[in-house]
Design a protein around this ligand. Structure first.
Ligand SMILES: [Zn+2]
Length: 130
């Protein structure tokens, strides 16, 4: 059983912020910023894209983001779905402050920079799958 399933079943302690029948919001034990929160479906599914009720997850994410805005007195709450740590669907919420040291949105530009033609063929490739 994965670590988030154990947390959802109460087998591992957590700092719970919110809970309902389907979802849980907890503090990340390795926070990137103060108030770093994870919104997690209780039922195990590896990828958020495979969830039956993804819109319900996003409703909880928005509710929690608004709560974090108030709690940390900031309009800026970053949302992240990275798929790089625990293989159980979850959404990161980071209440940001201008001086929190995390900097601007993290990014690494693709090099070499794609040409207009590259971007056109990339858009075509994606659109073929709609
Ligand atoms: Zn799990």
């Amino acid at each position: 059983m994965c670590v988030f399933c154990k947390i959802a079943k109460g087998e591992i302690p957590c700092h719970k912020i919110y809970e309902d029948e389907e979802f849980l919001a907890i503090l990340d034990i390795n926070p990137v910023v103060k108030g770093h929160t994870l919104v997690i479906p209780k039922k195990h599914v590896e990828w958020v894209w495979d969830m039956q009720n993804y819109p319900a997850l996003m409703e909880r994410v928005k509710t929690l983001a608004l709560v974090l805005r108030k709690a940390f007195n900031t309009p800026w709450v970053a949302e992240g779905i990275a798929g790089i740590d625990v293989p159980h669907a979850h959404v990161h919420l980071l209440p940001r402050q201008v001086d929190d040291g995390l900097g601007a949105f993290p990014h690494k530009l693709q090099e070499p920079k794609p040409t207009d033609e590259d971007l056109k063929s990339m858009a075509d490739k994606i659109k073929q799958n709609i």
